[in-house]
Design a protein around this ligand. Structure first.
Ligand SMILES: Cc1ncc(COP(=O)(O)O)c(C=O)c1O
Length: 366
C-alpha cells in the first residue's frame, strides 16, 4: 500500500489548460507564472512539460530563476520582482534572464551596470494596485532613460490587476484605462493579464498574457466557478490509516473541537498540516472518499485528519481520500480555510509530499 500522502500531477491537464489559454487569447504569447515552485506543484517536475507549450516562464525572484536554469530550462525567463542590487544584475546577465523594472532606483542601478548580454526589460506601471510599479510622475523619465541605454535591447510595458477575478465593478476597467493613458504614444508590446484578465477581460490580452492559477486548473473567480475550460493539475490523496467506531459524546482529536452527536464511524486519513493541509480547516470540510463526500471531524493534526464515514458503505484501510483534485475543487477547500486557492497550492511546495506524474502523452493529451 502507498502509505504516504501523494500529489498526482496531471500534465495532460496542464497541456489542456494551456490550450484553453491559447484558444481564449490567440493573439498573445504565454508567459507562464511558475513562481513559488510552480504554485507548489514542483517546478522541477512541471518545467519540461510547460516548456513545450509556453513562450516563457516567470518567477518572482532571481534565486528562483537560477534554480530553473539549473534544472535545464534555457528559454525566455522573466524575474517578476526584478533586481535589488548589482549582484542580482550580474546574475540576470550571467543567466540571461529578463527582468521587471518597477522603481526608479532600478533604473539608476541599470545605468551603472556593465552587462555582457542585451537585456529585455518589462517596465511595470502602477495603475491601481499600489504594490510594485512606476508612478505616473516616474514613468516618463524611466522610459526615456531605458530607451537610451545601449544594453536594453527590448522593452515590454506591463501592469498587474488587483481584482480581475471580480467580473462586476469597474476596478479592472479603470486599471486598463489608466494603463492606456500612461503609455499613450509608446509603441512597445504590452502585458496586463493574469488568469482573471485572460478569462474575463479580452481587451486586456495584448501581446503577452501571464497565466498562473488557471494554468494549474484553478478558477480565479470569486466565488469560485467550476469552469469546464480548466482541469486541475494537482490531485492530493492520502490513505486511510485507521477506522474507529465512536459513541455519542466521544471527542475527536486535539482539544476535542468535535464531539460525536450520535454513534458514528470515523476514518483517520494520513495527511495533515505538516504536509500543507491547513490546520485552520473547520469541522465539516469536505474530503472525497470512494466516490462520495465525507467531512472532517476534529482538528487537523500534523500528519493526519479524521473524517466522518458514517454514511459510507465500505471503507478499508489504504483506501485513498482525495483532499483536493478533480473530484473536489481546491477552490472549495480554500473557502473552508477562508483563503485563496493559490495559498493552498503554494503550501504544498515542500518536500514531504510524494509526487507522481500522470497524463504524459507526449504533449498530445487534452
Ligand atoms: C505580476 C504577476 N503576473 C501574473 C500572475 C499570475 O496570477 P494568477 O495566478 O492570478 O494567474 C502573478 C501572480 O501573482 C503576478 O504576480
Amino acid at each position: 500500500m502507498n502509505s504516504d500522502i501523494t500529489m498526482t500531477l496531471d500534465v495532460g491537464a496542464l497541456h489542456h489548460n494551456l490550450l484553453t489559454v491559447r484558444r481564449i487569447a490567440p493573439q498573445s504569447r504565454i508567459m507562464a507564472v511558475v513562481k513559488a515552485d510552480a504554485y507548489g506543484h514542483g517546478l522541477i517536475y512541471l518545467w519540461p512539460y510547460l516548456a513545450r507549450d509556453v513562450d516563457g516562464m516567470a518567477v518572482a525572484r532571481v534565486s528562483e530563476a537560477i534554480e530553473l536554469r539549473q534544472f535545464g530550462y534555457q528559454g525566455t525567463l522573466l524575474v517578476l520582482g526584478g533586481f535589488d542590487d548589482g549582484e542580482d544584475l550580474r546574475a540576470i546577465d550571467e543567466y540571461q534572464l529578463q527582468t521587471v523594472v518597477h522603481a526608479p532606483h532600478q533604473v539608476a542601478l541599470l545605468t551603472k551596470a556593465r552587462l555582457q548580454h542585451p537585456l529585455t526589460v518589462w517596465l511595470k506601471i502602477e495603475t491601481g494596485m499600489h504594490r510594485l510599479g512606476l508612478e505616473e510622475t516616474e514613468l516618463g523619465d524611466a522610459y526615456q532613460r531605458l530607451k537610451a541605454m545601449p544594453t536594453v535591447a527590448h522593452l515590454i510595458l506591463m501592469t498587474h490587476f488587483a481584482s480581475s477575478e471580480y467580473r462586476e465593478g469597474d476596478v479592472t476597467l479603470k486599471q486598463i484605462q489608466i494603463f492606456e493613458q500612461r503609455i499613450a504614444g509608446y509603441a512597445e508590446p504590452r502585458s496586463l493579464s493574469n488568469s482573471g484578465g485572460i478569462l474575463a477581460w479580452p481587451n486586456a490580452h495584448q501581446q503577452w498574457v501571464r497565466p498562473g492559477l488557471m494554468m494549474y486548473g484553478g478558477s480565479p473567480f470569486s466565488p469560485a466557478e467550476n469552469s469546464p475550460l480548466l482541469r486541475p493539475v494537482m490531485r492530493l490523496t492520502a490513505p486511510v490509516k485507521a477506522i474507529h467506531v465512536l459513541r455519542k459524546g466521544d471527542a475527536v482529536g486535539y482539544n476535542g473541537i468535535f464531539v460525536a452527536p450520535k454513534n458514528m464511524t470515523i476514518a483517520v486519513v494520513g495527511g495533515g498540516y505538516g504536509d500543507g493541509y491547513p490546520r485552520a480547516l473547520p469541522n465539516g470540510t469536505p474530503v472525497w472518499l470512494n466516490g462520495k463526500t465525507a467531512t472532517t471531524v476534529g482538528r487537523v493534526s500534523m500528519d493526519s485528519v479524521m473524517i466522518d464515514i458514517s454514511n459510507h458503505d465500505r471503507v478499508s484501510l489504504g483506501d485513498r481520500a482525495v483532499l483536493w483534485g478533480p473530484e473536489l475543487a481546491v477552490e472549495t477547500v480554500a473557502e473552508y480555510a477562508k483563503t485563496d486557492p493559490r495559498e493552498l497550492l503554494c503550501r504544498m511546495g515542500m518536500h514531504r509530499v510524494q509526487r507522481k506524474i500522470i497524463g504524459d502523452n507526449n504533449g498530445t493529451d487534452n
